[in-house]
Write a protein that binds this ligand. Structure first.
Ligand code: MG
Length: 389
């Protein structure tokens, strides 16, 4: 071992948004004192701002790696897990073996049932930072360490149309179509006139060639989901995402078998075990790993499992500074059944100033950072905004 981890530090990074994710708060969705609101359409809490947890790992030779995970609510939970437990078990380890470290840290709490949630989010952030270091030590971008190439142009679909009316959401999609994007996704919890009417408006605006998917936000029974999907189908549905509650594998199996459009799931999964349990029973069309929950180690395990089952991969992209998005692009470039990657323009565009290093999404494609490791790091502005946890 030529180098070893010297320190692990944790920060939260909070960024204001002009409009909350999924659009302005509706009647009955007023934010509380912490700035959290609950969407009536999916009963899920969202902050009115963007926030994530960043991890900085430094080696004895002075190599710095950055990782990121979710911090939408309770970022201190992830910070406490790292500060009280994971940091000490990472210090002294060989940073060129991130997957071994991931598995050892995961094993520490297995028998107590910590196989998901904030615990595995904390692992994901450390894992990304270690891969960043491993790439820098190897003199290689992470994509190449994983067998991919930074020259890969990854097709991007436009996600999130945070406008108050159906007509305005369609108009916003049309703006992105003019900018060279041909694939889109809308969220059914904020489709006020119903998913079929929403899809019809988007179809009429974007034309018959556009790919249009629906994110159903886990909010239906199996029968309801099947009915809504059938209502959308005549308007040309690309895929239906998260149709039923994540715990209900039987319901997912039913929707997969009774729907003729591909069913997409997996953003909330943490490990490949979450996929193994479902793929045995459900005819899943698309898996959507989210880097901020899985880290590169488990993202790749899920991606490779998808390839074994001939399932397409279309990774999720969420609310953060862009560090876990960069990691997601590197890993995606190495996946054999990758088809698209989600593009959250309302997060990516305003927050891109927070990262140094080349990463872009334009004219329908992502381009990867090309420097060694992740190829991105927090800008001076981001470093000023970061709060130690
Ligand atoms: Mg989703």
């Amino acid at each position: 071992m030529s180098d070893a981890v010297r320190s692990v530090s944790v920060f939260s990074l909070t960024l204001p948004r002009d409009v909350p994710y999924l659009g302005a708060a509706r009647l009955g969705e007023e934010p509380n004192a912490r700035g959290y609101l609950v969407r009536k359409g999916n009963r899920t809490v969202y902050p009115t701002f963007d926030r994530s947890v960043l991890v900085k790992v430094v080696t004895r030779d002075g190599v710095v790696g950055w990782g990121e995970t979710y911090g939408l609510v309770a970022p201190g939970a992830v910070g406490a897990i790292i500060n009280d437990l994971l940091a000490d078990f990472t210090v002294g380890r060989d940073p060129t073996q991130p997957s071994d470290i991931y598995d050892d840290l995961y094993d520490l709490m297995r028998v107590r049932g910590y196989s998901g949630g904030f615990y595995v989010d904390a692992l994901a952030a450390i894992d990304i930072a270690l891969w960043d270091i491993a790439g820098q030590i190897a003199g290689s971008p992470i994509a190449e360490l994983l067998g991919g190439s930074t020259e890969t142009r990854i097709p991007a679909y436009v996600s999130g149309l945070p406008k108050p009316t159906r007509a305005e959401r369609a108009a916003l999609a049309a703006e992105w179509a003019e900018r060279g994007f041909s694939a889109f996704k809308f969220a059914t919890p904020v489709a006020d006139d119903g998913p079929a009417a929403e899809l019809q408006s988007l179809r009429e605006t974007l034309g018959k060639e556009a790919r249009i998917a629906a994110d159903m936000h886990w909010n239906q029974s199996a029968d309801e989901a099947v009915r809504l999907i059938k209502e959308m189908e005549p308007h040309g549905l690309w895929f239906a995402e998260a149709p039923v509650r994540t715990e209900d594998i039987a319901a997912l199996a039913q929707v997969c078998s009774e729907s003729s459009v591909p069913i997409a799931v997996g953003e909330e999964w943490r490990t490949d075990w979450d996929m193994r349990h479902r793929v045995e029973r459900c005819r899943i069309g698309i898996v959507q790993p989210e880097m901020g929950h899985k880290g590169i180690t488990n993202f790749m395990r899920i991606g490779r499992l998808a390839a074994q089952h001939e399932i397409d991969v279309i990774p999720h992209a969420t609310i953060g500074s862009g560090i876990f998005l960069a990691a997601s692009l590197h890993a995606s470039a190495a996946l054999p059944t990758l088809k698209y990657h989600e593009f959250q323009h309302s997060i990516f565009e305003p927050n891109r100033r927070l990262l140094e290093g080349g990463m872009n999404c334009a004219e329908g494609f992502y381009s990867l950072p090309i420097e060694n490791g992740l190829g991105v790091r927090p800008s001076d502005e981001a470093l000023r905004l970061m709060q130690p946890i």
